[in-house]
Ligand binder design. Sequence first.
Ligand SMILES: Nc1ncnc2c1ncn2[C@@H]1O[C@H](COP(=O)(O)OP(=O)(O)OP(=O)(O)O)[C@@H](O)[C@H]1O
Ligand SMILES: [Mg+2]
Length: 426
Amino acid sequence: MTTPTAEIERQTAADILDPPKIPTELDGRRPEQRAPVGDWRVWLMHPGRRWGKGYAASRWIVDRVRTGEARSIALVGSTIRSVRQLMIEHPTSGILAVDPLARFMRSDGEIHWPNGAKAYVCSAENSNKPPLRGGGFDTGWGDEVDSWGLDTTARKAKEAWDNLSLSMSAGDSRLAVTSTPQPGRIVAALIARAKAEHDVSITTGSTYDNAANLSPQFIKDIERRFKGTRLERREIYGEVPEDVVGSLWQPGVFWYRNVKPDQCLRVAVGVDPSGGGDAIGIVAAGQLGPELFVVLDDWTTTGSPAKWARRTNELAEKWGADVVVAERNYGGDMVLATLKAASMQMPVRMVTASRGKHIRADPISLLYEQKKIAHRSGDAALDLLEEELRFMTTTGYVGEGSPNRADAAVWAFWELTKPRKTWGVA
Ligand SMILES: Nc1ncnc2c1ncn2[C@@H]1O[C@H](COP(=O)(O)OP(=O)(O)OP(=O)(O)O)[C@@H](O)[C@H]1O
Ligand SMILES: [Mg+2]
């Protein structure tokens, strides 16, 4: 899975291989890189990769500073580091690269302009604090909005988006939103809002539009990766599919309910210990009645075996789990040993994945369709899980990376729904 940090490294590496052509003329924007006309509140850019959206957003911020429309600006990224590296200090598309008048006060996290305008570094990790909380901004830029949840939790990412939206409170405030073409919740919601309320203006475009400013090597690389694959339209042309074709989890299948800790008759925690540096899926699910189930929490995490085993244990204890179900495929008995080492009290059932993920997921998706599975409302961070489920299709998983959360949830439900002679409190 591409994390924002990996993205920075990818870009930096690309810039070293390919010394960027720093635009020499004062303004070399293509017409689509200029803010659209009209009285939109949000300008959403989700073009193909390296189209120049960062460059366009930086230039737009500077335009507004120059005209005096921007006095107070929120710059929001996944982490403080990503705001600095991608939005401010990126050597060819950051704000400092396109405006020699901008002074970055690094330790304060502010950009100052001679006319008094100021921009503030805000991170999605910390959106409940100033500057984002309580700042009445007239101008904002949210970068890679649908990746925010990767550096923090889905709940914090959603909160950050809400805080950013609320803080754009000045009279004629304007917000630019840039995103990779991979559809996520925020971009999808903005696309829907563009249709319903007409206050969102959308710009897309293809990587090729910016070919003049990209190295032929980059174009070759991206073609090798995506051309002829089902990701080509998305990654190169910035097209967001209306819906995932053949998804086992169609829109509208998710519903939510409150669950009290002692309400579940049985609880299982599913664990999908994947290889490499990938996330370990950890999802708790419960049974509320003969035909009613609920996803309780998604505590998927990255990190050492000791860390994910501890998280699993904590989650199991939080809900008084009856059983932990862990997939054996990767790591074999190491998984069991790791869980035992974390002094896991409940029984651990090891399962072996003999069929494809989507085949295993299919019967569970039917239970969702029948509204027999709810998601816990409140502080359960289930957005990322829902996203993975939506990308599980009749022919396999079509999302990015591997669906660790979805797998963990499916294992938990396999355990809870498998035929039992009796059911009830163990
Ligand atoms: N109109 C332009 N004139 C000159 N250079 C440009 C123009 N638009 C973009 N570039 C250059 O193209 C490169 C890619 O632009 P930018 O980093 O803004 O792309 P991006 O869409 O944000 O990319 P990514 O998908 O990697 O986030 C940068 O080096 C930038 O300076
Ligand atoms: Mg960018």
